[in-house]
Design a binder for this molecule. Structure first.
Ligand SMILES: Cc1ncc(COP(=O)(O)O)c(C=O)c1O
Length: 413
């Protein structure tokens, strides 16, 4: 049993449900800071000039971003709104869009981000807006891996990045357009299986081959290497946690080997995890309100897939805790209120026997959870609270109201 998966702040949850209307997200500041330190600490040890960024898409709550920035992280943004909030908070970093429009580039251009281009065809657009001195390219290194097929971001079927065989053309076109300093970036998959501890070292080796090829063909020395995010976290209690020291050390070895083999000046290492920092710091707290004995037993909770769609979209596994003293267990499916049959957080799982009113906690809801939520069926999204270092609760986002959902029509506000 991996305690990183089964852990939740039980006492705090028990208190929070007496004070706040369910469902809500509860994030633990202590854990969030701990994950930041584990990640940054592992890489700082081997790369004194390491630059960590946080993938805002994983959790764009401003209070979460402020804590992560306070731990020494910049941001990786993928949309105008992510760049907008980062600028408001005074956090800088990189901008990695894909199939980006001219309007979007123009919006983010002066927000303190290094632009990371997804294709050669974007160079004329950037040149028209004014070529920055530093530019980076997202490269598709031809290989990718993830726990789920949809989360593989590289290889022939992926829509992202410049094909690695064409990388030299991208750099030389950017040089001709006025760029003088360069970065290389990859993001080959999200939630890479934890068992693949060598995966990142392998991809970094491939990136160095590309860096060397670019140098040979264009004379351009790439100064920054962003290895993306994708560091896997355990969702199931039988999975182990990733040993970040092993990952960082194996990347260090590849840096030494490849810089010497190709006679390269060492690029500055950058990484942009999302899930690794945020996932296990958040819990979706809900209550049972209907128990249905049908062909199966369904436990209806007040949270739905619109709050946290990972199980509905990917069939993702999430660990669930039930707060009661039941000694009996039974096989149930835990479901929400959306009119879609995939609105099932859990299917046919042996859980403690529940009754109406029991609190149910869904684990690993700190990253790509609220952020992926939506309003289907006209369901408002719910509130977010932070359990601060001094054990207090702080509301960091209000629940949406029905009127909020109609604020862009002639009704609501
Ligand atoms: C460009 C980019 N960087 C970083 C991330 C973060 O990935 P993860 O949360 O798996 O670390 C993503 C996730 O989709 C991404 O698309």
């Amino acid at each position: 049993m991996n305690e990183n998966v089964t852990y939740y702040p039980r006492e705090a949850v028990q208190k929070a449900v007496t004070e706040y209307e369910t469902p809500f997200f509860l994030y633990e500041e202590k854990r969030l800071r701990g994950n930041c330190r584990t990640f940054k600490g592992a890489f700082d040890k081997y790369f004194p000039n390491f630059r960590p960024l946080f993938a805002v898409k994983a959790n764009p709550n401003p209070e979460i971003l402020k804590i992560i920035a306070d731990e020494g992280f910049g941001v990786d943004c993928s949309s105008e709104s992510e760049a907008w909030i980062s600028e408001k908070l005074g956090i800088k970093g990189m901008y990695t869009g894909n199939y980006t429009t001219e309007e979007e580039f123009s919006f983010v251009k002066d927000k303190g981000m290094i632009l990371n281009l997804d294709d050669i065809s974007m160079i004329p657009t950037i040149a028209k807006l004014g070529m920055p001195e530093t530019i980076s390219f997202r490269i598709n290194p031809g290989i990718g891996k993830a726990t789920m097929e949809n989360n593989v971001f590289a290889g022939p079927d992926a829509k992202y990045g410049v094909p690695f065989e064409k990388a030299h053309m991208a750099y030389s076109a950017a040089w001709d357009a006025g760029a003088k300093r360069f970065g290389i970036h990859m993001m080959t998959g999200s939630n890479v299986p934890i068992s693949e501890q060598d995966y990142f070292a392998g991809i970094v080796r491939k990136l160095f081959e590309i860096v060397a090829d670019v140098k040979e063909k264009t004379g351009i020395e790439i100064e920054m290497m962003n290895i993306g995010g994708g560091f896997g976290v355990p969702y199931h209690p039988d999975e182990k946690s990733l040993d970040m020291d092993v990952v960082a050390k194996s990347i260090r070895e590849v840096f030494d080997e490849q810089c010497s083999q190709y006679g390269l000046k060492e690029p500055r290492l950058i990484a942009e995890p999302g899930r690794f920092l945020a996932a296990d710091t958040g819990f979706l707290v809900s209550r049972v309100h209907v128990i249905k004995d049908s062909y199966k037993k369904f436990v209806g909770i007040d949270a739905s897939a619109n709050d946290m769609p990972r199980p509905a979209i990917y069939g993702a596994y999430h660990y669930i805790s039930v707060l009661n003293d039941s000694k009996e267990t039974e096989k149930v499916s835990v479901v929400g209120r959306i009119c879609e049959n995939n609105d099932q957080f859990v299917r046919d799982r042996e859980l403690p026997k529940t009754k109406v009113g029991d609190t149910v906690v869904i684990h690993n809801c700190g990253g790509h959870a609220y952020a992926m939520g939506h309003n289907y069926n006209g369901r408002p999204r719910h509130a977010e609270y932070l359990l601060t270092l001094d054990g207090e609760f702080r509301q960091i986002r209000r629940a949406e109201t029905i009127e909020n959902l109609f604020r862009t029509t002639n009704y609501g506000n």
